[in-house]
Design a protein around this ligand. Structure first.
Ligand code: FE
Ligand code: FE
Ligand code: FE
Length: 206
């Protein structure tokens, strides 16, 4: 595509974001499923609904401009989601995984905030009032989502710091020692993938 004007670049980047949002529509249910903290899982579910709406806002803008929103792949979002998948493959304690999921989600939100901020500003420059309004709505949602994640991280990070002990209600005093033993065993026998942690599941904690 030949980019002669800001308008061409605007359309190109709009398509990129449309791809990003659609990739997220597929990724968010998996993140919700992987989250142990029920507030975090519910947050992902809620943002899934918003994300669907955000994609349809881009469709509206494109319709107005007489262009298709399709035809581009956001490789940045592909990479961010890929990193999230790598995390899911780790044998992580539920609280630790939740902390990692928040980190992955905030990277996504920050990419979106940067992208929507730019597009909104370009739409202002181009005098596209309707597009400015729609892009601002999405930008506000992405910022709110980022703030919510920051808030959730406060307690989840604390629980992740405590590790397994924290997730089980701290019933054992010698947890640390037994974990050290487990580490030694692992070194000596090369044992792997011995999962003694609690099963992952939504709503385990309130
Ligand atoms: Fe979004
Ligand atoms: Fe992109
Ligand atoms: Fe988002």
């Amino acid at each position: 595509m030949k980019m002669k004007t800001l308008n061409d670049l605007f359309v190109d980047q709009l398509k990129d974001l449309y791809s990003a949002e659609n990739q997220l529509v597929k990724a968010l249910p998996k993140m919700a499923k992987a989250a142990s903290n029920s507030d975090l899982a519910a947050g992902f579910e809620e943002h899934l609904e918003q994300t669907r709406e955000q994609a349809s806002r881009i469709e509206k803008i494109c319709q107005e401009l007489g262009v298709t929103p399709k035809g581009k792949k956001c490789v940045a979002m592909e990479g961010l989601i890929e990193e999230g998948k790598e995390l899911l493959e780790e044998d992580a304690e539920p609280n630790v995984l939740d902390a990692g999921l928040i980190a992955a989600a905030q990277k996504v939100e920050h990419y979106e905030i940067a992208s929507y901020g730019t597009l909104r500003t370009w739409a202002e420059q181009l005098g596209m009032d309707k597009a400015v309004d729609l892009l601002q709505q999405t930008l506000d949602e992405e910022k709110q989502t980022d703030d919510k994640l920051t808030e959730l991280a406060q307690s989840i990070n604390e629980e992740a710091e405590a590790g397994e002990e924290g997730s089980e209600g701290g019933e054992e005093e010698d947890e640390e020692e037994s974990e050290e033993d487990a580490d030694e065993d692992e070194e000596e026998e090369g044992a792997e993938a011995v999962s003694t942690g609690p099963a992952r599941g939504r709503g385990r904690r309130s």
